[in-house]
Structure formats: structure tokens, C-alpha cells
Design a protein around this ligand. Structure first.
Ligand SMILES: Nc1nc2c(ncn2[C@@H]2O[C@H](COP(=O)(O)OP(=O)(O)OP(=O)(O)O)[C@@H](O)[C@H]2O)c(=O)[nH]1
Ligand SMILES: [Mg+2]
Length: 383
């Protein structure tokens, strides 16, 4: 009885809801969002401005990686092209054609690119501010959609100006004022200076913070989870997201067991727990492919370090299965495999499915993955 009371208290505390029914309804919403929400971000701007490079950076890819958008080509993209996130299939970036060409006239641009399909627009601009940049911003506003103005390739400007003795601070100020001045007719549009070559520099984190604020609540978590790990701060934000929703996964998976489908109840519970940890593993960039890329980029043997974690090892050992899960095989198909996947999952089976047990398994799992990911970014000197 004591345990049950403690369970309830923990649940009300985590969920912020006063009754079991309300907490459960909220939990359902949160866990549904984990997979069923789609986020479509449209990246637009003039030809050569750096749209494809931005799309790649946002998806955690280098321009030369498999599956990356082609960059440096002279030809303009002729139709909206979707780039799904490599490990989070519900987050899509769209590389749109440039505005103001004979094919995409300003007046019909928004209709031509099917503006209603996108949650959000990012206008990518480089070097000089162009008439088309302002035209785009106006057209997007006219359709009651939101946009951010992203001034990319800032690394080039800072380097070039430094040769003339101008400080980084002065250069950034000059660019920012220039963008804001040119976008003057629109009321204080959000402007971010970035470089797709290094998301840690300049305003990228600021852009993410704003996106989090401006996206509808149900899309926020998907965005945070899908971002690459480019700094300690970005990892910490992800960690917080996973820790914040662990309670919801715990109660939803426990509730399935509380209303059992014969033969399936306990297994479902474990599958959900494992699936959550797999999502976390990918989001923290601990999969082999991400680590290999990072190793290559920073020229350090990071992979070996990570293999010391039994949880990471267990998940990595089943990477094929994990890939299938990402493709959303039905839960029943993979249950047996999953039960053997994560050692901690066994402890739920042994202890029964109390909220507190499941919750602590989830929190411990996320904590272990976080501590490995922290070591990785320390080694890669991404702090
Ligand atoms: N230094 C620097 N170069 C960049 C940056 N972003 C893009 N580039 C380079 O700029 C060139 C054009 O970039 P893309 O991403 O292909 O530009 P795009 O807007 O997709 O071009 P189109 O598809 O032709 O419209 C490439 O050579 C990139 O490597 C950046 O942030 N910094
Ligand atoms: Mg392109």
C-alpha cells in the first residue's frame, strides 16, 4: 500500500496533474507524439546561398556523407526536395527552389512550393542582402506562415574582415544591422548569423532556442531529439527532454500491462521502455555511424571509449533490429528480440510493472547514455 501511494505521489509530481486519469491522458499524448508527430521545415533562399549545406548541418551530416543533399552544384533545385532525418523519420527538411527565377515567379512562389505543407520557413541568405530575400519574407508573411532569416557563411565574412583588422564582434554587428535594415518593412523579423560548417559558432543555438519557443508544443520534442549533438549545451537540452518525458513512457507502458492483452502485456511494457532508450541512443549520437563520422572529423578514436557502456553495447549489437524499429515494424514482431536487448529491461519483468520501477529503469538508462555522450563530446572537444 505504501508503495502504491508513493507511486501515485511520484506520478502526480512528474506529470503535474492532480488525478490518475488526467496524468494518464497527458502521458498518452506525450508518448503518441514520440513517433506520430511530423515536423516539416522548409529551407528556401537564392541559388548558391547555402541551403543544402544548412539542411545537411541540421540533419547532422557532412556535405560528403551518404544521403546528404548535394552541395556546390551550379544548378538550382527545381522542385521541393525532402530530406528525412537519418534516424528520426518524423523530422523532414525541405530544400526549396529559389524564388524569382523564370520558373518560380515571386507572385506564385508560395503556391508553387505548396506552402501549406510546411510548419516553418527558413530563409537562407549569404553575403549581400538580395531583393529576393525580402520578397520571400513578404510572401511567407502574406500566407500567415512564420520564417527565420538565416544569414549563413558568416565564417567567411569574419575571416575576410579580420584580414582588414575588423574584430569578429564588429563584423557580426554590421551584418546583423544590414539584414535587419533591409528587412525593415517587416516588424523585427528574427535574424540569425550562422555557419553550416560549425553549429557551435555564432547564433545557431539561439536559432534553436527560438524554434523551440515558436513551434507548437507537440513538435518541440521531435525537433530537439532530431538535432545533432554539436555542443555540451545541445546535449544537455536533449537530456532534459528525455528525462522530462520518462514518466510518461513509464506510466503508458505500465498501463498497458494493467489492462492486459493475454500474453502481451508485460512484453509490450518492455518494448516501450527499450524503444525509448533506443531513441535516446540515436538522439545522443551514440550509434556507430555518428561516432565514426565524429571520429573522422576530429581525428580521434572515440568509438572504443563508448563500447565500455554495457547499455550502448547492447543496443549497438542489435543495430539491424533497431533500424527495423525505426522503420516501424509492429511491436509484436520484435518483442522477443527486444527483451534480450537491454539488460535493465529484465529487471522490470522481475519486479513487476510498478510505475516507480519502470521510471527508474528509464531514468537510469537515459543517465547512462548521457554520461557516455558527455564523455564523447569531451573527447571530441565539442564543449
Ligand atoms: N564557408 C562556408 N561555405 C559554405 C557555407 N554554407 C555553404 N557553403 C558553400 O557554399 C556553396 C553553395 O552551398 P549549397 O549548400 O550548395 O548552396 P544551395 O543554396 O543549396 O545552392 P543551390 O542548390 O544551387 O541553390 C558550397 O560550395 C558550400 O560548401 C558556410 O556556412 N560556410
Ligand atoms: Mg542546393
Amino acid at each position: 500500500m505504501d508503495n502504491q501511494q508513493e507511486d501515485r505521489r511520484a506520478l502526480f509530481n512528474d506529470s503535474g496533474e492532480p488525478t490518475w486519469e488526467r496524468a494518464f491522458a497527458k502521458a498518452r499524448k506525450v508518448t503518441d507524439r514520440l513517433d506520430n508527430v511530423t515536423l516539416n521545415i522548409a529551407v528556401t533562399g537564392e541559388s548558391g546561398s547555402g541551403k543544402s549545406s544548412f539542411v545537411n548541418a541540421f540533419r547532422g551530416l557532412q556535405d560528403t556523407d551518404e544521403g546528404a543533399a548535394e552541395t556546390g552544384v551550379t544548378e538550382t533545385t527545381m522542385e521541393p526536395t525532402m530530406y528525412p532525418h537519418p534516424t528520426m523519420p518524423n523530422v523532414n527538411l525541405w530544400d526549396l527552389p529559389g524564388i524569382g527565377t523564370p520558373t518560380f515567379k515571386a507572385e506564385t512562389y508560395m503556391k508553387d512550393v505548396k506552402y501549406q505543407n510546411y510548419d516553418f520557413f527558413i530563409i537562407v541568405s549569404a553575403s549581400r542582402f538580395r531583393d529576393n530575400d525580402l520578397m520571400l519574407a513578404k510572401e511567407i508573411k502574406k500566407k500567415m506562415k512564420n520564417f527565420y532569416f538565416v544569414r549563413t557563411k558568416t565564417d567567411n565574412d569574419v575571416t575576410n574582415e579580420a584580414m582588414k583588422g575588423v574584430t569578429e564582434e564588429e563584423t557580426l554587428k554590421k551584418i546583423r544591422n544590414n539584414c535587419l535594415g533591409n528587412l525593415g518593412p517587416l516588424e523585427s523579423p528574427p535574424v540569425f548569423l550562422i555557419t553550416s560548417r560549425n553549429l557551435k559558432r555564432f547564433d545557431f543555438q539561439e536559432l534553436v532556442n527560438n524554434l523551440e519557443r515558436d513551434l507548437p508544443a507537440e513538435k518541440r520534442d521531435a525537433m530537439v531529439m532530431s538535432l545533432p549533438v554539436y555542443s555540451k549545451q545541445s546535449l544537455d537540452r536533449k537530456y532534459k527532454t528525455f528525462m522530462n518525458i520518462a514518466w510518461a513512457v513509464a506510466i503508458t507502458s505500465g498501463a498497458i500491462a494493467a489492462a492486459p492483452v493475454p500474453g502481451l502485456s508485460l512484453a509490450c511494457d518492455v518494448a516501450m521502455v527499450v524503444y525509448f532508450l533506443i531513441k535516446c541512443y540515436y538522439s545522443f549520437g551514440l550509434n556507430d555511424r555518428s561516432l565514426q563520422k565524429l571520429s573522422k572529423r576530429v581525428n580521434k578514436p572515440i568509438l572504443e571509449e563508448v563500447k565500455n557502456s554495457s547499455l550502448v553495447k547492447a543496443i549497438a549489437g542489435k543495430s539491424l533490429l533497431v533500424a527495423e524499429m525505426a522503420g516501424r515494424l509492429s511491436v509484436e514482431d520484435v518483442i522477443e528480440e527486444l527483451c534480450s536487448l537491454v539488460p535493465v529491461a529484465g529487471s522490470i519483468a522481475a519486479a513487476g510493472v510498478s510505475f516507480a520501477t519502470t521510471r527508474s529503469v528509464l531514468l537510469e538508462g537515459v543517465n547512462e547514455l548521457y554520461s557516455v555522450a558527455k564523455r564523447v563530446i569531451e573527447m571530441a572537444e565539442l564543449k
